[in-house]
Write a protein that binds this ligand. Structure first.
Ligand SMILES: *[C@@H]1O[C@H](CO)[C@@H](O)[C@H](O)[C@H]1NC(C)=O
Ligand SMILES: *[C@@H]1O[C@H](CO)[C@@H](O)[C@H](O)[C@H]1NC(C)=O
Ligand SMILES: *[C@@H]1O[C@H](CO)[C@@H](O)[C@H](O)[C@H]1NC(C)=O
Ligand SMILES: *[C@@H]1O[C@H](CO)[C@@H](O)[C@H](O)[C@H]1NC(C)=O
Length: 259
C-alpha cells in the first residue's frame, strides 16, 4: 500500500480532469480522466475515517504542536493546541474534460471554506534595526479561508530515465483566495485591538497570497513537488498509473466510510 505522501502526491496529479489541445497519447490515456474522477471521489469518501496510515482529514485534528523558528532577526517559539481544520473534503472540481482526447491535463479545484480552530501560545522577539522587540501572544484561533481555488495544467511526457515511464511537464498553477474571515482573539489584547488586527488580516491575507504567488509556484512546485512526483512516475506507464488509481479507488470504496 502506498504511503500517505505518495497518496497525497497522486491526489494532486489526480486533480487533472480537464484539458485543451490534442497531442500524442500514451496507451491508457483514454481511461485517465475517468479513473481520476473515481479516485478523487473515493479519496474524499475516506477523509472522515482515515485509511491505512492516512490520518482522518475531515476534520484534521492536531491535539498539540510545538514550533521553534530561530534566526539572527527573530526568535519565535510556541505551540498550538487543539487545532481543528474543517472543510478539506468540501472540494469541488469546477471543470472536467477528457485528457485522453487532448493530452493537456488541466484542473480547476475549489475549496469553498476551510475553517481553522484552535489556540496558540507564542513567545519571542523580532530584531528591528538592532532593537529586540518582544512578541508575546496567547490567542484563540478562529479563521477561515473562503473560496480557495487552484487552477492549473500540465502534460505528461516520457521519463528521462525510463522511456516507458512518465513525467510531468509544463506544469502551471495559480491560486486564488476570495477572502479570509479572521475572528482570532489574542487574550493579552483588548477587544478593539483584536478587531483591528482581524480587519487588517482580512484585507491583507488575500493580497499577500497574490504577491507570493509567482514565488510559490516557481519555487515550491518546480523545485519540490514536481521532481518528487516525477521520481514516483519514472517507472510507471500510463496504463499502470490508471490501474493504480483504480486499485486505490476500489480499496477506498471498500472501506465503506460513512461520514
Ligand atoms: C506551550 O505549552 C505549554 C503547556 O503545555 C506551556 O507551558 C508553554 O508555556 C507554552 N508556550 C510556549 C511559548 O512555549
Ligand atoms: C486597547 O489597547 C490599545 C493598545 O494597547 C489602546 O490604545 C486602546 O486605547 C485600548 N482600547 C480600549 C477600549 O481599552
Ligand atoms: C526506476 O528504475 C530504476 C532502474 O531499475 C531504479 O534505479 C530507480 O530507482 C527506479 N525509480 C523508482 C522511483 O522506483
Ligand atoms: C520502466 O518503466 C516500465 C513501465 O512501467 C517498467 O515496466 C519497467 O520496469 C521500468 N524499467 C526499469 C529499468 O525500471
Amino acid at each position: 500500500m502506498a504511503s500517505i505522501s505518495q497518496v497525497l502526491l497522486l491526489a494532486i496529479v489526480g486533480l487533472s480532469v480537464t484539458s485543451a489541445t490534442p497531442v500524442v497519447q500514451q496507451p491508457g490515456s483514454a481511461q485517465f480522466t475517468s479513473s481520476m474522477t473515481r479516485f478523487l471521489e473515493a479519496f474524499r469518501s475516506i477523509m472522515p475515517c482515515g485509511f491505512n496510515g492516512i490520518p482522518v482529514l475531515a476534520p484534521l485534528e492536531t491535539p498539540f504542536y510545538e514550533f521553534e523558528y530561530i534566526s539572527d532577526d527573530y526568535t519565535v517559539v510556541g505551540n498550538v493546541s487543539n487545532m481543528r481544520i474543517e472543510g478539506l473534503d468540501g472540494f469541488q472540481v469546477l471543470s472536467a474534460s477528457d485528457y485522453g482526447k487532448t493530452g493537456e491535463a488541466a484542473y480547476d479545484l475549489l475549496f469553498p471554506k476551510i475553517q481553522f480552530l484552535g489556540s496558540s501560545d507564542v513567545e519571542g522577539f523580532i530584531n528591528i534595526g538592532g532593537i529586540k522587540v518582544p512578541i508575546r501572544q496567547k490567542a484563540v484561533i478562529n479563521e477561515a479561508l473562503i473560496d480557495l481555488r487552484f487552477v492549473g495544467s500540465y502534460s505528461f511526457a516520457n521519463s528521462q530515465t525510463n522511456s516507458s515511464g512518465l513525467r510531468i511537464i509544463d506544469f502551471q498553477q495559480s491560486v486564488y483566495l476570495a477572502g479570509v474571515r479572521m475572528d482570532n482573539r489574542n487574550t493579552l489584547w483588548n477587544i478593539s485591538t483584536n478587531n483591528f488586527w482581524n480587519r487588517v488580516m482580512n484585507t491583507y491575507a488575500p493580497l499577500a497570497l497574490q504577491e507570493m504567488q509567482p514565488g510559490l509556484t516557481n519555487f515550491l512546485y518546480q523545485n519540490y513537488m514536481i521532481p518528487k512526483i516525477n521520481d514516483l512516475l519514472a517507472n510507471v506507464s500510463m496504463a499502470e498509473l490508471v490501474d493504480y488509481y483504480q486499485t486505490l479507488a476500489q480499496a477506498f470504496e471498500n472501506a465503506n466510510c460513512k461520514a
